[in-house]
Design a protein around this ligand. Structure first.
Ligand SMILES: Nc1nc2c(c(=O)[nH]1)N[C@H]1C(S)=C(S)[C@@H](COP(=O)(O)O)O[C@H]1N2
Ligand SMILES: [Mo]
Length: 203
């Protein structure tokens, strides 16, 4: 017999186990930004893929529009404990853009750089498998505070890995910490393992 304090939280049961441990369901999609939203102008906007690449490249907005777009439905989990289910994102797969740059064999991680100075790190294979560079959420263009014109979505990691206002993808050999990862957040950030903070802070 389970004691009451061992029974899983109600939202988790209702949602068929889609809310990771320590998270709460949110109907809203709050803005979560460190600092203020950068001003981005589509005419001068570009996305650069560089580092360990055979064909480093710079794409402007018309070139992004010319690639094959796709729609992804995914749940979103912020480390501040809100989870938002069934968001629909539309944009260009991360793999489409990064493949064009022909990553070197030694490229195993990426550092994603943003307008405004934010950054975050990811394993290259994970970003290639599930990353989406999204321009729309639930059929609408992203709001300015949600990363317009292009943000990354990485459904299997906490929200801080879903970098807004992406401007650069740097292919690197060794893992390195981004903005929050240097300030105490976990290098991997898997919500199902509750990889919130540096292991040495939670021991
Ligand atoms: N450039 C940038 N991207 C960012 C952040 C940020 O501060 N700057 N915050 C991250 C965090 S902590 C979360 S939870 C999500 C929130 O996305 P939203 O503001 O669209 O809800 O964006 C992530 N991407
Ligand atoms: Mo977050």
């Amino acid at each position: 017999m389970k004691r009451p304090d061992q029974i899983k939280s109600a939202p988790d049961q209702e949602m068929g186990g889609r809310v990771p441990p320590g998270q709460f369901l949110s109907k809203k999609f709050p803005v979560l930004t460190y600092g203020s939203s950068p001003e981005v102008d589509l005419a001068s906007w570009n996305l650069r893929v560089y580092g360990l690449a055979h064909r480093p490249l710079v794409l402007d907005w018309p070139q992004i529009q010319g690639l094959d777009w796709t729609v992804v439905t995914a749940d979103f989990h912020c480390v501040t404990q809100w989870s938002s289910l069934d968001n629909t994102w539309e944009g260009v797969p991360f793999a489409t853009v990064v493949s064009l740059a022909e990553p070197h064999e030694e490229a195993k991680f990426v550092m994603v750089h943003c307008y405004g100075g934010y950054s975050t790190n990811l394993p290259l294979d994970l970003a290639m498998a599930e990353g989406l560079l999204a321009h729309k959420q639930d059929g609408q263009e992203l709001g300015k505070d949600h990363g317009w014109p292009l943000r990354l979505i990485v459904p299997s990691r906490y929200g801080w890995k879903s970098a807004k206002w992406v401007k650069g993808i740097e292919l690197i050999a060794e893992d390195a910490p981004g903005f929050w990862e240097r300030r105490g957040y976990h290098m991997s950030g898997d919500p199902w393992k509750e990889e919130r903070f540096w292991p040495e802070l939670t021991r």
